[in-house]
Write a protein that binds this ligand. Structure first.
Ligand SMILES: *[C@@H]1O[C@H](CO)[C@@H](O)[C@H](O)[C@H]1NC(C)=O
Ligand SMILES: *[C@@H]1O[C@H](CO)[C@@H](O)[C@H](O)[C@H]1NC(C)=O
Ligand SMILES: *[C@@H]1O[C@H](CO)[C@@H](O)[C@H](O)[C@H]1NC(C)=O
Ligand SMILES: *[C@@H]1O[C@H](CO)[C@@H](O)[C@H](O)[C@H]1NC(C)=O
Ligand SMILES: *[C@@H]1O[C@H](CO)[C@@H](O)[C@H](O)[C@H]1NC(C)=O
Ligand SMILES: *[C@@H]1O[C@H](CO)[C@@H](O)[C@H](O)[C@H]1NC(C)=O
Ligand SMILES: *[C@@H]1O[C@H](CO)[C@@H](O)[C@H](O)[C@H]1NC(C)=O
Ligand SMILES: *[C@@H]1O[C@H](CO)[C@@H](O)[C@H](O)[C@H]1NC(C)=O
Ligand SMILES: *[C@@H]1O[C@H](CO)[C@@H](O)[C@H](O)[C@H]1NC(C)=O
Length: 472
């Protein structure tokens, strides 16, 4: 108790009061804690009247140094947020900070100024027991930030390192494995700017915007790469669930200049995502840009509305195919099994969506609509026409590039809720193969008129080239 509470000196004594560690420190910890005690301000330095050249005002500045040697910086980070999280700047100048426990932090009129990595510990059993719950699909969170009018600045050299390799090993070829925590959650927030920020090796989804509005990601980078040599010789996708960014129950979220590499959704719009804009997004590997999955919860109404995506590039990566390009996915109309991998029977609609200026290379399924989604293995065919979610008022324009095989558009809506009022303009994706032209453009339960621009699309229940590499 004595050592930890003295750790950062008197400046922190009040702030740390709630987080005093009663465990008996080891000899090594004692020595470095004594050093910290001798140099009390070595962890957190506080300035009351710092002149912020960007905001051109005087404000509080908390400069937090890393303890080093993989010692947990979490308590000090909490203290810095308590001291400067309202109105101030929290500056982390060092290259690497260790985060060893889940954190739920608050910022108001404040800046988190990161010059290195918040590096999450790789202790899988610990995190399986210790995380915040995200009820949607029974998922887990490691790091939550809430508040209003705040900036997360990675300064083009830092952000979050999820140390995800242990999670890729743990969950290889198993979707939505319980307890893998997300790297960054922006929750119940308003007016947020995330800039020059990277998330590398995310444990699960790299970022989630939940219950928030006016969130702007500018110059954002996510990269999930498996360095395990076993994964390169394995055909299966070890990078499942390493989504780049998901929105849920959020309004007015913008992504500009976003580069993603990984094995799942680059951006995904989950239930109740409205006014979502993405511009200049490049995705390497994975399942592309996803609308959904949606309508997974029986009796619940879900909405996706007012979406503009433009200037989107989609490519395979050197370790993961590009499974889908632009992908609309709603659950079957019956509830079968339980989430995350089962469910269905939800309803609602997606409308006023424009996707334009899309370039793709060697994507298995460039354009997909699926209305009978389930991740459970059973005979899906009997539910194919049951989906209750309505896809309409959707406009796709200027798509160029190449598919990997015969299918360019593979769009199957539900018989009882057909897709309608879509338009297609300048869809010029070349099939990678031409031996089955009958499946280049397939549309089931799609109300197509003469002027919607996809007259070559036709109903087909061919099961040829429907394999998704296990990742839907
Ligand atoms: C940061 O420290 C963690 C251990 O806490 C280590 O696993 C990681 O590789 C380090 N990252 C960098 C960029 O040095
Ligand atoms: C990101 O950093 C680059 C320099 O590295 C700078 O040119 C750019 O303006 C920054 N982006 C934002 C949104 O501040
Ligand atoms: C959306 O959020 C941005 C900030 O990211 C803000 O400038 C803009 O006014 C907001 N738009 C609406 C319609 O609220
Ligand atoms: C992602 O990281 C891997 C490994 O460091 C690297 O080879 C690859 O180029 C990165 N991808 C992007 C798009 O930066
Ligand atoms: C698009 O994003 C990339 C990667 O962030 C960036 O290098 C490029 O300058 C951006 N293009 C435009 C037009 O802003
Ligand atoms: C989505 O919004 C609708 C309409 O406001 C609401 O009825 C529904 O409960 C919301 N669904 C979720 C999952 O938040
Ligand atoms: C459609 O969505 C866009 C944003 O992408 C918005 O500006 C526009 O007002 C919406 N149109 C209607 C009719 O609501
Ligand atoms: C079509 O989209 C590409 C990017 O994929 C862009 O470079 C090109 O200018 C767009 N064409 C038109 C006519 O807008
Ligand atoms: C496809 O549908 C036709 C009728 O439209 C039917 O005769 C045929 O058996 C179906 N094939 C498959 C594989 O379901």
């Amino acid at each position: 108790m004595w050592a930890k509470s003295l750790l950062a000196g008197s400046v922190l004594s009040t702030a740390l009061a709630g987080v005093i560690d009663l465990s008996i420190p080891s000899a090594g910890e004692l020595i470095s804690d004594v050093e910290a005690w001798i140099h009390p301000s070595s962890a957190l330095d506080f300035q009351e009247d710092y002149y912020d050249p960007q905001a051109q005002v005087k404000r509080k500045l908390c400069t937090l140094h890393a303890l080093g040697d993989e010692k947990d910086d979490s308590n000090n980070l909490v203290a810095a947020f308590e001291k400067c999280g309202k109105g101030g700047i929290i500056r982390l100048p060092d290259a690497n900070y260790t985060i060893g426990r889940p954190l739920d932090l608050h910022l108001e009129n404040a800046v988190l100024d990161l010059h290195g990595w918040l590096s999450f510990t790789a202790d899988v059993p610990y995190w399986l027991e210790n995380h915040f719950d995200f009820p949607f699909q029974k998922q887990s969170l490691a790091f939550i930030i809430r508040g209003n009018d705040y900036i997360l600045d990675g300064n083009d050299k830092g952000g979050i390192d999820g140390n995800g390799q242990v999670w890729y090993n743990y969950a290889k070829d198993f979707g939505n494995k319980y307890g893998r925590p997300m790297s960054l959650t922006i929750k119940d927030s308003k007016n947020v700017l995330v800039k020059n920020f990277s998330i590398i090796q995310p444990q699960f989804w790299a970022s989630l915007v939940w219950g928030s509005e006016n969130v702007y990601f500018k110059d954002f980078y996510v990269n999930a790469t498996s360095f395990n040599p076993e994964s390169s010789s394995d055909e299966k996708n070890w990078l499942q669930n390493t989504d780049g960014s998901d929105t849920y129950q959020s309004h007015n979220v913008t992504y500009e200049n976003f580069v993603y590499q990984g094995g799942d959704d680059c951006i995904a719009l989950k239930p109740n995502s409205t006014l979502i804009t993405a511009r200049n997004v490049t995705c390497f590997g994975g399942t592309g840009i996803a609308f959904g999955s949606i309508a997974q919860y029986a009796g619940v109404k879900d909405i996706i509305e007012d979406v503009l995506l433009e200037d989107i590039g989609l490519y395979p990566s050197d370790q993961c195919p590009g499974y889908q390009g632009v992908y609309f996915k709603s659950w079957l109309g019956y509830s079968v099994g339980i989430p995350p991998n089962g469910g269905g029977g939800g309803y609602g609609y997606a409308k006023n969506i424009t996707v334009r200026d899309v370039y793709m290379e060697d994507i298995w399924h460039p354009l997909v609509v699926q209305s009978d989604l389930t991740y459970l293995e059973f005979n899906r065919k009997q539910y194919a026409d049951s989906g209750l979610f309505e896809w309409s008022d959707i406009h796709l324009k200027n798509f160029t590039g190449t598919a990997l095989a015969n299918r360019v558009a593979w769009m199957s809506c539900s018989k009882i809720t057909p897709c309608h009022d879509w338009t297609f303009e300048d869809i010029n994706i070349k099939p990678g193969k031409k031996d089955h032209p009958e499946i280049h453009y397939t549309c089931n339960n799609f109300v197509l008129g003469g002027n919607d621009g996809l007259s070559q699309c036709h109903p087909s229940n061919s099961t040829f080239e429907t394999d998704n590499g296990g990742t839907l």
